[in-house]
Design a protein around this ligand. Sequence first.
Ligand code: HEM
Length: 296
Amino acid sequence: QLSSSFYSSTCPNLTDIVRNVIQSAVANENRMAASILRLHFHDCFVNGCDASILLDGSSGEKNAGPNVNSARGFDVIDNVKAAVESSCKGVVSCADILALSAREAVVALRGPSWTVVFGRRDSTTSSQSTANSAIPPPSSTASRLITSFQNQGLSTQDLVALSGSHTIGQAQCTNFRARLYNGTSGDTIDASFKSNLERNCPSTGGNSNLAPLDLQTPVTFDNLYFKNLQAQKGLLFSDQQLFSGGQSSLMSTVNTYANNQQAFFSAFATAMVKMGNINPLTGSNGQIRANCRKTN
Ligand code: HEM
């Protein structure tokens, strides 16, 4: 029961305020759009879209395996929140700010737009153990990915469309090294792509060295990610599993999006709305945090 008009009387300029801050952050560093989009995903998969990932504290989600030394953009969300608070004090939740910021980030890199619905409230807790179990690792097989998205009420189509987020952004060596040196069972990585990756991701050291998730256009939101998968050039094992993991429904969806960017954009928009609707706190549950890093 989230609604697009939730803040129309209490914060009528919300979209413009958020857009301005996100646009300038992305102009300053293109990759930031990817980092913000990922924060929304990692928020929603852990007890719903409740801004739980934004809470500081060593026992919280920020320090879970998928996030520690990896999740970034918290300072940008602080800037968005500060700008929103200065016009609309105490009314807009951090969870809604993250959902809207993710859309503005995608639009800033020329991706599709969609209508964001609002009314989420902010959690008072953050679960490191749920983050560790609910966010799939890059070593996931196709069937594990399907199960992990199914657990959130998301379909195989949603899985493929949302994975198209990897058309932007970067990953650290530690997340794809095993494919290069240990060999992962069932892997089908292109040989020359693999040797190129080895140059900047040695077998020891260089853990945080970066490679683009889309080797062709890492700062444009487009469908080349899917064409890379067809060429066995997905960066993460989990990426390549969508095309090469033996699940024909995933493979055919990859082909559809590789052949038709509009089909990808429209499925992505639909899936982002679904992901943004995962288990929100509403009504009198949760709170509107004054500072996204702390409970009130
Ligand atoms: C399907 C399962 C997924 C897996 C296994 C996965 C895994 C990963 C990993 C390992 C990284 C690199 C992190 C690092 O090296 O620091 C990454 C980056 C990223 N992920 Fe995913 N991801 C998945 C789905 C998604 C979804 C659904 C979204 C968004 C809706 C998303 C958005 C991103 C973005 C934008 C980046 C780049 C972030 C940056 O450059 O800061 N991912 N992902």
